[in-house]
Design a protein. Structure first.
Length: 134
């Protein structure tokens, strides 16, 4: 007596072979919106890094210029402007105003230094007081 095996074809449902068109469309929409958000975040990050770099450069240039002014001594009253040879896209504007306090008996000047870049659209300003008091 021999046993024979009979193979019964499996019955699969019609939709179980792969993804439906609706599932593919939803997956593509999710991936597309995720990529759009990711690209926007990367662009914003690059812009912020560039702005941060320019502010850092401007602060170093302002520190350098104020150091030069201090070495010369108390600056003359008035306005001056110029550019930096090492960074010609950055310009400086210096305003020196008198500040009189008679009780101190010293010549005090308010020094305001503004560094601009991006054709004057961005600026970094620092102020200090200088005196000839010894």
């Amino acid at each position: 007596m021999s046993l024979t095996t009979v193979e019964v074809p499996s019955r699969r449902r019609r939709g179980s072979r792969g993804f439906t068109l609706l599932e593919v469309i939803i997956a593509v929409a999710i991936i597309g919106s995720s990529l759009a958000i990711l690209i926007g975040a990367v662009n914003k990050n690059l812009l912020m890094a560039s702005q941060s770099k320019n502010i850092t450069i401007a602060s170093f240039l302002a520190q350098k210029k104020l150091g030069e002014i201090e070495l010369i001594g108390i600056p003359d009253i008035g306005n001056q402007e110029g550019f930096f040879e090492e960074a010609p896209e950055f310009r400086w504007y210096l305003s020196v105003q008198p500040y009189n306090i008679e009780q101190l008996g010293a010549d005090i000047r308010i020094v305001i230094l503004t560094i601009t870049w991006d054709e004057g659209n961005k600026e970094f300003t620092v102020g200090t007081a200088m005196s000839d008091y010894r």
